[in-house]
Design a protein around this ligand. Structure first.
Ligand SMILES: [Zn+2]
Ligand SMILES: [Zn+2]
Ligand SMILES: [Zn+2]
Length: 385
């Protein structure tokens, strides 16, 4: 859960204030600019992490900025749902719904570029809307969703309707631009998990790890934009109970492919700080011709069998179609030791080199793939029973 304590502004203001009776370091109040009397209050700016000195009068102001948590006195912007933004933060907030939607579209494109070698995010079946706080909170009360992201700045509702998967993403109005991008990436990652991680795996996956995966995608997007402030903001959130730090470390050490494989086939429910190498502990179900019968499990540590890459069952040297899980709306193919959904790309080790292939289509007994570098297409068939 991505907890943003600024939601509880009044509460925050109280908990972040210490009454000082000693002589203040600065005599000017950070809010009204007047001389501070004998009593100084210290409040923490949630954006800059700075401690600000304010006067008694300003400590009693009824409104706090939704973004930084500081009390507001003049020049503030009031949103229709009652939230207020200080003059500084109103400048960075996205207040126009059309602009917010445009930013989300750009995030989707940026994610597709950034993760093209690893995963494809859902697109045409995603509907994004921008809603105020009142409406966003109302969405949390809708029962019967397959998965609810408890991020209170965004909400993803994924449903399977007559074999078609639909995602409705709602993002809160008035967020700072960078945060809107991060929340948008986070919610799109939930949509990816919904479509690409099996129901059985989702049950064993801890919620902290699930949320940390979505945070990692947002973090990598912010890395690509060199937004150090937003990266620090993501790291400061403790709601994944340390999982986000382990995901970032595992990604740096082993690469995003291993994170994706772990999400899909990991044996553990969460990453382990004392043995991060366990992220490589996965079991890939190998499904033979008859869909839904799991024939065996291939563990990543076991090298692929060289003998299988021969005979009429293989159309391209060293590429082996090991199984197909047939489901009309979401078929999956296991090629060598990697699972592909239609349109998905991934790297496969072929001897001494790494080939990046794209799965073009999946049939009940065969798949069409394309070598991304050369554009060459191949058909791979399941071995006869
Ligand atoms: Zn003041
Ligand atoms: Zn502010
Ligand atoms: Zn979430």
């Amino acid at each position: 859960m991505r907890l943003y304590f600024r939601i509880w502004l009044a509460l925050l203001a109280l908990t972040c204030m210490w009454q000082l009776r000693a002589a203040p370091v600065s005599n000017k109040c950070a809010i009204c600019g007047n001389e501070i009397g004998e009593v100084t209050y210290i409040v923490v700016d949630k954006i800059t992490e700075e401690k600000k000195h304010i006067c008694l009068e300003c400590s009693k102001l009824p409104h706090n900025c939704f973004i930084c948590g500081l009390p507001v006195k003049a020049d503030f912007t009031e949103l229709p749902d009652g939230r207020v933004l200080c003059a500084r933060d109103a400048k960075n907030a996205v207040l126009d719904d059309d602009e917010a939607r445009k930013i989300c579209d750009n995030v989707k494109e940026a994610l597709d570029r950034l993760f093209a070698r690893f995963i494809t995010f859902p697109g045409t079946n995603v509907e994004t809307s921008v809603v105020d706080r009142v409406n966003l909170q109302a969405l949390f009360k809708v029962p019967g969703n397959d998965y609810e992201c408890p991020n209170i700045l965004g909400y993803t509702r994924s449903r399977t309707n007559l074999n078609r998967i639909e995602h409705q993403i709602s993002l809160m109005t008035g967020l700072p631009r960078a945060e809107l991008k991060a929340v948008s990436a986070h919610e799109l990652s939930h949509a990816w998990v919904f479509e690409n991680v099996s129901g059985a795996r989702k049950k064993t996956l801890s919620r902290d790890a699930h949320e940390a995966f979505c945070e990692l995608v947002a973090y990598k997007l912010m890395s690509s934009e060199e937004d150090e402030e937003q990266k620090a903001h993501i790291r400061r959130n403790h709601y994944t109970r340390g999982q986000i730090d382990l995901f970032i470390e595992a990604d740096e050490r082993y690469g995003f492919n291993d994170i994706v494989d772990w999400m899909k086939y990991g044996v553990d429910s969460a990453l382990h700080g004392d043995d991060l190498n366990r992220v490589r502990n996965i079991e890939i179900p190998v499904v033979k011709k008859k869909a839904s019968t799991v024939a065996s499990y291939a563990t990543k540590a076991v090298p692929s069998r060289p003998g299988t890459a021969s005979g009429p069952t293989v159309s391209a040297p060293s590429l082996v179609l090991k199984g197909i899980t047939w489901n009309e709306s979401r078929p999956l193919a296991v090629i060598n030791n990697r699972t592909f959904a239609p349109k998905e790309m991934g790297g496969i080790r072929l001897g001494q080199t790494n080939a990046v292939i794209r799965c073009l289509s999946i049939d009940k007994t065969s798949v069409r793939i394309q070598f991304v570098a050369s554009g060459e297409e191949r058909e791979l068939k399941l071995p006869p029973e």
